[in-house]
Design a protein around this ligand. Sequence first.
Ligand code: NDP
Length: 421
Amino acid sequence: MADWRHGFYKLTRAQRQSLVARQFDLSAQQEQLLNQQVDPVNQEMVENYLTSYHLPQGIAVNLVVDQQEYVVPMVTEEPSVIAAASNGAKLVAKSGGFQTTADTAMMIGQVVLTQVDNTIIDWLKQHESELLQVANQAKPSMQRRGGGAKKAQLRSLKHGWVSIDLMIDTDEAMGANSVNTMCEAVGNWLSDNGLHVLTAILSNLATQSLQTATCKINAADLVTESMSGDEVGQRIADLSELAQIDPYRATTHNKGIMNGIDAVLIATGNDWRAIESGAHAYAAIGGVYKGLSTWRFEKSQLIGSITLPLPVGIVGGSIDIVPLVKINQRIMKVNSAQQLAQVIASVGLAQNLAALRALATNGIQVGHMKLQYRSLALSVGAKPAEIDALVARLQNEQHVDHQFAIQELEQLRKELNNGRN
Ligand code: NDP
């Protein structure tokens, strides 16, 4: 019997697989699946590697950002996300597409000091250029690119505690590792100077990397069979206001936005946990958690806007390692981290628009469930050739659950067999 606690990491991948198969009683077919999905690149990326877990990748279309049309690879396991992004983008494209703006593109590294008094504050202020020099000497390649540590700001946290916030330009990379290297160098230098350093690490609340996307939609393009464009536009604006005043609604509003943003982050090899944590922290930056986007309806136009921290990269991390990321960058035709952030913010707003329009009109379930039924069909064991027929049967029913889908599949198979005989 293997001891999972000792030396698991020393086993070869094949040894890990047979151990897992034995211990958890996997069938030969299941073991074969583990083996089939082994990827030599992935194997080098994480510890205790067993196999690779594949996610579906699709392409969102119709996205126009700053007058340029984009085709956007999205990786997600959730049905209806890519369709919704494409629909939202199509609606916005009718009125000229998304416009974007960004102020700065800097990461923030923190060196937190305790036991700080006024003398130390004065000393830190006098030594800002040395702090920056120490940071840049720890990662000279960033400075050579025109980036590097540019500024140090002091932020009081509580009595005696101060965060030195280093503003660092990481050029085309997200730059977490470079920032951490710089922060630790500064921390060590301050310790050598007798200061008490609590921690030295980047912050994922990247308020110096804010990206904004905006759009305008004519009321005429919002009309449905039963609602006028003005009604739909006003309801979307009201839903937006709801997400500004109610954190329960804001959380779901933002989840919808992140459906699109995460899918592009994964497709482009970016760290979606970093962006997720930053986005939600930014949503609560005023002390109350709010929707990341806002919509207002004025003079028969629906005007949308989203701002969030998007410190993304087109180099570094897994971006340089995963071959599919290179293909996706080619499909997207993005040449800079800033351009990628512009596209991602626009996808988030397109995703949000599609969700709010559905909520304001038919409700979210009508479109959503049609697409969810494909997953349900798969989960009850429908073969690829049976899926369309089973989904068509489920769509006509009012109350669909797992058991009902099983019964319908059995019925479908009976009918197909009878037809053959
Ligand atoms: P790095 O700064 O380590 O990497 C950037 C890399 O890209 C460097 O090797 C750099 O080369 C190279 N590079 C080439 N061209 C450029 C360019 N034009 N601009 C900038 N860099 C360039 O950071 P990463 O971006 O790799 O860090 C992101 C990774 O860190 C992610 O995988 C993330 O998951 C992980 N991470 C995240 C944390 C967090 O968010 N809290 C914490 C720790 C890790 P050179 O070395 O020559 O400068």
